[in-house]
Design a protein around this ligand. Sequence first.
Ligand code: GMT
Length: 378
Amino acid sequence: MRIGIVCYPTFGGSGVVATELGLELSKRGHEIHFITYSQPVRLELLSHNVHYHEVNVPEYPLFLYQPYELALSSKLVDMVKLHKIEILHVHYAIPHAYAAYMAKKMLQEEGIYVPIVTTLHGTDITLVGSHPHYKPAVTFSINKSDAVTSVSQSLKEDTMRLFSIKKDIHVVPNFIDLVKYAPKFTDCQRAMMATDNEKIITHISNFREVKQIPDVIKIFYNIQKEIPAKLMMVGEGPEREPAERLCEQLGISDKVVFFGNSNEIDKILCFSDLFLLPSLTESFGLSALEAMASGVPVISSNTGGIPEVNVHGVSGYLSEINDVEDMSKNALQILKNDALLLEFKTNAKLVANKFGIQEIVPQYEAIYEETLKQCSMS
Ligand code: GMT
């Protein structure tokens, strides 16, 4: 199939999922066209069947806000015609599903029919999309998609609760390339980050309020009071500076490393002992899955889709949102007992195996085929 993929090209989970999906689909023989405003961060290699088309938004001083949706829908029209794209898969409803619908309508005027698959990722529903300023347009574009998927059962339920949805929503969970994340302990550079007796705790995110960064620091503060430990903070975002200040106030700056954004998540996870994800809301928690696939147990909140990924008492522990004491207690329970830590590490990998790329990507292929079949019949 010739598939157009629209996504945010940044370090966020939706962009990562879209990029990894496109790359895997290309390996399975499909021709993939990424259409977005800059080259997706995890898209390192372009090849004969992986293409990237940049959406340019010309600046015009009259506009306070430059019209990205307009530029995107025009680009989609041009690319569908030029490359004979058969189906468009848009990741994140805002504004991608809306722009794709406009493109579809424009193409229909020329007798070209291209169906749209929309994947809902989380904040497009739970945080941004349900805002009254966006809700009618988001509801409309979800209902006008030819197929809709969500990355967890919890997100499907949130979507049905928050919006008036007439479409069936297929749950297709986030996935992981298990080979890439299989721990290669021989080349883990643990010694560069910590001494042998120190445990390494890691958090990876876009450092937004929803990630509850102060809770990450407070949990680590409690851990390091009882055992030697280091904290790896990976990612960039508005909460990073306040987090650095909090570390200074607590007198733990020498035990915390702020990496910024990294393309070497697998290497950082390779030397990690425990992962922290105390989010306020999380439709799935791809970073937790990446940790688990690397054999790193997860201490998390029990919000949204996280319980579909992190199994309480098996791959880690779940606590109520903001229950720092409980999360600290659970973390210490695992970290203080080497045999138990090993058991959780093994279990984390076993649970992650359910989300292998080879299992999940065929589910998207089946949705594309079914959508194309339905559309050719109507
Ligand atoms: O919250 C993020 O890290 C970014 C956000 C995004 O849209 O890129 O992630 C969302 O999509 C991911 C991929 O499907 C999910 O794994 C994350 O749980 C989800 N984030 C939230 O729901 C807050």
